[in-house]
Each structure stands twice: as C-alpha cells, then as structure tokens.
Design a protein around this ligand. Structure first.
Ligand code: PLP
Length: 397
C-alpha cells in the first residue's frame, strides 16, 4: 500500500500544467505562432546581464569544492548576511543572517512555514483568489486550509468574511501580494486593518496567529505602487521570498524564508523552520545559486517589459468590453468571464486558440487568469482573437 493522498496529488496534473501541455501539443499541430498560450507564470524577460557575469565569475574564480559543496543546512552564512543587509537597507528592518533560511523557491518556503507552525487540529486561512498550491502545502504539512471568499471587484480583503472564519484553531494566515492571479497589491490600509485584527484575535485566543507572506512578485509593480514590507507591520510574520520571478530564475529554485526579528519566541520559531527544512529534505539550497543571489540580491530583470504587456492587454481588453481589475503588480490579468461558468468561457476561448486558466482552482469561479509574461507580439497577435470572442458574447462597444 502507498499513500493515497500522494497518489492523488501525483496522478493528477494541475489545471495550469494541463493547459500548458495542451499548448505544446496544439503548437505541434498548427504552429506555435498560432497558439496564444497565456497559461503559465514563467518569466519571459531574461535575467539581467549581471547574473551571467556573476555566474561566470563564480565559476572561474571560486574554489569548486566550495562552490559546489554543501553549505550550512540553513544556507551559507555570508549569503544570508548579505540578503539580510539588503532587506535592512531597502525596508529599514533589523534582520540578521540568523533570521534567514535559504530554500528552493517560494514553494519550499511556504511548505517549510506550514510544517514549522502546524500542530494537529490547526487551521490556516488564506484569501481568494489564491495560489492554487497553498492547499497542498498546508494540508500535506498537517493543517487544514480555510478560504475567505474574494471581495469583488477590487480583490482587497473582505474583513467581515474573514472574521467569520478566524477562530481559536487559526494558527496562521497566508497572504500573497502582488497577487497571483489577480495582479492586485494589497493597499497599506488593507494591511494595517489585517494586522490590527490579527493582533486583536491573538490576544483574544491567547496565542499568536502567524502571518505568512508569500512575496515572489514583490518587485514586479507598476506606476510606483509600494508593496508594504510586512515585517514592519506585524511582529509574528514570516516572509517567503523567491528569486524566480523578479530575477527571472524560476528553474534555479532559489529563495528564502525570513523570520521577523521581532517574532515572539523568534529563536524557537527559527529553529522550527530549520527543523521543517530538515524534515522536508530542503537543507542546503543549491550552493551555486545561493552565492549568485548573494551577489545579485538588489537586482531585478527589466520590469518595463511587463508594464508594456500589462498596458497593451488591459487597455485592449477593457476597450473591447471585458472587465477586470487593473493589475498594480505581478504579471497576470484576472478577467471576469462574460458567462457565469468560466470553464465554458475557457472552452469558447480555446476555439480561438486562446489558452486561459479558469479561476475555479484559485478559489474564484467566474474568472479566468491570463499570464502576460509572454512576448509582446503574442499579445498583439492575440488581440483580434479576443475581439472576435468579445463579439460572440456581444461585448464590443
Ligand atoms: N507563490 C506564488 C503566488 C506563485 O505564483 C508561485 C509560482 O508561480 C510560487 C509561490 C512558487 O514560486 P517558486 O517558483 O519560487 O517556488
């Protein structure tokens, strides 16, 4: 016998992966230029030139035994120290190397936090629309996930719905801003209200409610929008970061957990994070890329590219009569389905070779996600198909 829970996870691909695989098959049939694949959040902007130069320098000028060797389980001290200093410079925090745990991307960071915090019977809460994998990360690490329904149309937090779900079993709350799939950045007012409420409920229930903030898109923002740095707003906070998106290194699997220096029982929580990393087999994140991000912690890829794509797609689709919130960050557009069932809309779009992702798996039926981290020409070529689809629904003005 084997784990039915793991079998269920492994034998069924996520809807996003299904669509991505379909795109490959369809491209082989009719040509890649005729398939408008907006399914996957795979950055299409190359990492900055400095990443290549640093890699070459590391390979040429570092002792290979060190470069390719095991680091400390929680990551190289010098790398953690550099990243802590970079965060302190940018956000005015007082983190040290001993608050950071290097991981293989944000997925591992969140899994580690869930494992580190959860005790039998615990509940975690997140807010729709949310990153589909949270369910897996929470449930496979010993807790259950409750989802606060989306607040439409702005996708900030519905606090009344949140208050109805929070209770003495709530161990942690997971937020993601800039958000996948909506592109929304939580306003400072939203963050302050959330943190005040978490403090109030922690006091009422007599135990901390932790805030896990999932921030792989932290630097992907437009028009000068600020993303509040949560450690400055809430002491019992764990930041999950990844260099996958803003530095365009998704395949290299590198990121970190930052445990707030003001965390209650912070040393014990950090030790639990280290323990979870150990239990999950995530010790010693890839050393070459630890050293790389240690040197490139302040860099990002060229964000102007995503902004061009956002404007082209958002302006184009809203002019055609589609409705969606204007994304302030990340590289997704979350469009309201012109018919109630977004899966039916998805099927109709598919006839025009438009591959979108229905919102159901993000906890938000009635919407589709469009990942615009694609070539600008793909968006330009897709607009007539979106227009024809809009006409089919009688949307066009
Ligand atoms: N969290 C969110 C909101 C994401 O969109 C993703 C990836 O798309 C992840 C976490 C996982 O990121 P990583 O590739 O760093 O594991």
């Amino acid at each position: 016998m084997y784990s039915q829970q793991m079998y269920a996870l492994g034998s069924k691909r996520s809807i996003i992966r299904e669509i991505f695989e379909y795109a490959k098959v369809r491209s082989a049939e009719i040509g890649a230029d005729k398939v408008f694949d907006f399914s996957l959040g795979n950055p299409n902007v190359p990492a900055p030139e400095a990443v290549k130069e640093t890699l070459l320098d590391l390979i040429q000028n570092t002792d290979p035994v060190v470069l390719h060797g095991y680091t400390s389980a929680q990551g190289d001290f010098g790398v953690r120290d550099t990243i802590a200093k970079s965060l302190n410079r940018r956000f005015g925090t007082q983190l040290t190397a001993n608050h950071l745990y290097m991981t293989v991307g944000a997925a591992a960071s969140i899994s580690i936090c869930c494992r580190a915090l959860s005790c039998p019977g615990d509940e975690f809460i997140t807010f729709a629309p949310y990153f589909t994998e949270y369910q897996v990360f929470v449930e496979c690490n010993g807790a259950s996930l409750k989802v606060v329904p989306a607040r439409e149309p702005d996708f900030q937090i519905d606090f009344e719905a949140f208050k109805a779900l929070i209770n003495e079993r709530t161990k942690a709350v997971i937020i993601n801003s800039p958000n996948n799939p909506s592109g929304v950045v939580y306003s400072e007012a939203t963050i302050v209200t959330l943190c005040d409420l978490l403090r109030e409920k922690s006091a009422e229930y007599g135990h901390p409610i932790y805030l896990i903030t999932d921030e792989p898109y932290r630097e992907i923002v437009y028009d000068g929008v600020q993303v509040p740095f949560l450690i400055n707003y809430y002491d019992n906070c764990l930041v999950c970061y990844s260099f996958s998106k803003a530095l365009s290194l998704p395949g290299e699997r590198i990121g970190y957990v930052a445990v707030s220096n003001k965390m209650q029982d912070g040393e014990a929580i950090y030790a639990a994070v280290c323990g979870a990393g150990r239990a999950l087999g995530y010790v010693c994140a890839p050393s070459l890329f630890q050293f790389l991000v240690g040197r490139c912690a302040d860099l990002t890829s060229d964000m102007s590219f995503y902004r061009t794509n956002r404007d082209l797609l958002y302006n184009g689709l809203t002019e055609m009569g589609y409705s969606c919130v204007k994304p302030d960050g990340a590289f997704y557009l979350f469009v309201k389905s012109p018919e109630k069932d977004a899966n039916a809309f998805f099927e109709r779009a598919k006839k025009y070779e438009l591959l979108l992702v229905p919102g159901d798996d993000f906890g938000c039926p009635g919407y589709v996600r469009i990942a615009y981290c694609v070539k600008t020409s793909l968006i330009q070529n897709a607009l007539p198909a979106f227009r024809a689809l809009a006409q089919e629904y009688g949307l066009t003005k």
